[in-house]
Unconditional design. Structure first.
Length: 555
């Protein structure tokens, strides 16, 4: 038997023989559903034979046949009703398991999120992407009429999405563009480190989405359920269909707070905080100010994450405050990093190590946070050992700054646009999808190897804007992205190590060394971060003014 677990209550299988029924019962199943019509194959026992064997071993059996490739909407509904009434766990079978999986997928419409249905189906070896419209439509076959159609559709209204829309309009003012995003607020996320360090107020980092989306761009305020790139369309939640000529994908990434056991139960209290959330960054500053002694943990999950320097930025600013308050010697600071190095570009490590020594920070590489017990003030890590094994390390804390694991959004990971790791699969220079010529992507959701920062999106947006218009025949000459990313490492209040680099970790300074030497702490770099970059973000990047971001053209 080839039994595969679809959910805790349902497994699927190819054809089951009466002689296998004892093994089915011994595996713990209480009922079976046959989705294969009698007489479909010469080697196939009848349902009556299977049911008799099932009864012999105390299993309930139900017959819900469907022709191959012809699972009806009512079949999905009936399958769901059987799951609700039969004792579980249930084993459903057909010739291969495809029809059983299809019926389950349709039965879950409106109950289970569409990406989760697609992901569960993929894990047992069946692709349900052809069903996305039916599932999004409540398990019913929808009409094929599109609800909206635009020349360019941008998925995501964050830094990358708004910037690329503005860069497109700067080149082609009459272009028909739509942005799809369900959020009401747009955030300047690089500012959250400064909020957690008491430099900015949280309100300075937020504006309404309607105020930042260009007036000539249509805003579709909805969530994406699925992509159908073969049909040049996007399925929105509620089964609305949006068609496009060119698609730009930039919804950011997903912060997997659930990926750390116990974290959601204690975030924002018990000394557990994170600058990766708008509402929690002020709590970071509150904790830093109150802590006069004890243990402070700062964590970093496995890569990739957005702004790989942010976990230690929070640590340095906290340590600087404790230094200024004269309490640093009373505080044990530990940096628990799932990676093997302090920072991925070696040129900047010496300057950072000086601050690690200055603040007396303990470095713990190869440690991944797996659970948090806020009430007990304990954090559990899995530590990589030299022989390849892992051991648990439990650390006490008075304060812990947690960075959650991160991945592409669910609707991206299960889509035809994703690579094996779940990221949008693009050419690293042109940012065009490797399989779909009218699809581009930028920002945190791509599989490019650059740092996932707003500075990277600032450089990517003009490249994508140019190349979209080339694809539409409005411009000539392809632009290329060199992998630029920037990470202003706030090592103390008033000084920054300005890390700038391109693909392969090649140092790529924007300013002459005599002005700002990025490998050394700089007051001018701090001024840039505190005073220049926020207005540059709001008034230049989001408005298509490409200061220091003009795209490089392919030679």
């Amino acid at each position: 038997m080839d039994i595969k677990t679809l959910t805790a209550n349902l497994s699927i299988s190819p054809q089951i023989l009466p002689s296998e029924m004892q093994a089915v019962a011994e595996a713990g199943f209480k009922a079976i559903i046959c989705n294969r019509p009698d007489g479909e194959g010469a080697d196939q026992p009848s349902f009556k034979e299977v049911a008799a064997a099932a009864q012999q071993f105390g299993l309930e059996a139900q017959y819900l046949p469907a022709e191959s490739g012809k699972v009806r909407d009512e079949d999905g509904k009936a399958f769901g009703q059987l799951l609700n009434t039969l004792p579980g766990p249930v084993l459903a079978y057909c010739r291969t398991g495809m029809r059983s999986t299809t019926m389950w997928a349709l039965s879950q419409a409106g109950i289970t999120p569409l990406p989760h249905i697609l992901e569960a189906s993929q894990k047992v070896g069946f692709d349900m992407k052809s069903l996305v419209q039916r599932i999004a439509n409540g398990g019913k076959t929808p009409s094929n009429q599109a609800d909206a159609s635009h020349d360019v559709v941008i998925v995501g209204g964050g830094a990358a999405g708004v910037a690329v829309a503005s860069s497109l309009l700067a080149r082609s003012p009459l272009l028909d563009i739509a942005i799809i995003d369900p959020a009401d607020a747009h955030y300047y996320q690089p500012g959250w480190t400064m909020v957690g360090g008491g430099i900015f107020k949280a309100g300075q980092t937020a504006r309404t989405m309607s105020s930042v989306i260009p007036t000539d761009v249509s805003w579709i305020k909805a969530g994406v359920a699925a992509f159908e790139p073969d049909n040049n369309q996007i399925i929105l939640e509620g089964c609305r269909v949006v068609k496009y000529k060119q698609l730009v994908v930039c919804p950011g990434l997903k912060l997997d707070w659930q990926g750390i056991e116990g974290l959601n139960d204690t975030l924002g209290r018990n000394g557990v905080t994170s600058n990766y959330r708008f509402d929690l960054a002020p709590y970071t500053w509150e904790l830093v100010q109150k802590l006069k002694g004890g243990k402070a943990l700062f964590t970093q999950p496995p890569m990739p994450i957005k702004c790989a320097g942010a976990p230690q930025k929070a640590m340095y600013l906290s340590a600087d405050h404790w230094t200024r308050q004269g309490v640093l010697n009373n505080i044990d600071i530990q940096f628990c990093n799932a990676g093997a190095v302090l920072f991925g570009v070696a040129d900047y490590v010496p300057a950072l190590m000086e601050y690690v020594k200055k603040y007396g920070i303990g470095l713990n590489f190869g440690e991944t946070l797996v659970s948090v017990d806020g009430a007990a003030r304990k954090a559990t890590f899995l530590k990589n050992l030299p022989d390849g094994s892992k051991e648990k390390v439990v650390r006490d804390f008075d304060m812990i700054h947690v960075v959650p694991p991160q991945k592409a959004p669910d609707f991206v990971r299960v889509s035809p646009l994703a690579d094996a790791a779940g990221w949008v699969d693009v050419d690293p220079a042109s940012l065009r999808h490797k399989s779909y010529v009218n699809v581009f992507a930028l920002g945190d959701v791509t599989n490019t190897s650059n740092a996932k920062t707003a500075a990277a999106a600032r450089k990517q947006a003009p490249v994508v804007a140019n190349n979209v218009l080339v694809a539409m025949g409005q411009l000539q000459g392809e632009a290329k992205y060199d992998g630029y990313g920037s990470c202003p490492l706030t090592v103390e209040r008033g000084k920054i190590v300005l890390a700038e680099f391109t693909y392969g970790g090649k140092v790529a300074p924007s300013f002459p060394k005599w002005l700002i030497d990025g490998t050394k702490p700089s007051a001018l770099a701090w001024y840039l971060k505190e005073r220049i970059l926020p207005p540059l973000y709001w008034e230049a990047m989001l408005k298509g003014r490409e200061w220091l971001a003009q795209p490089e053209m392919k030679g």
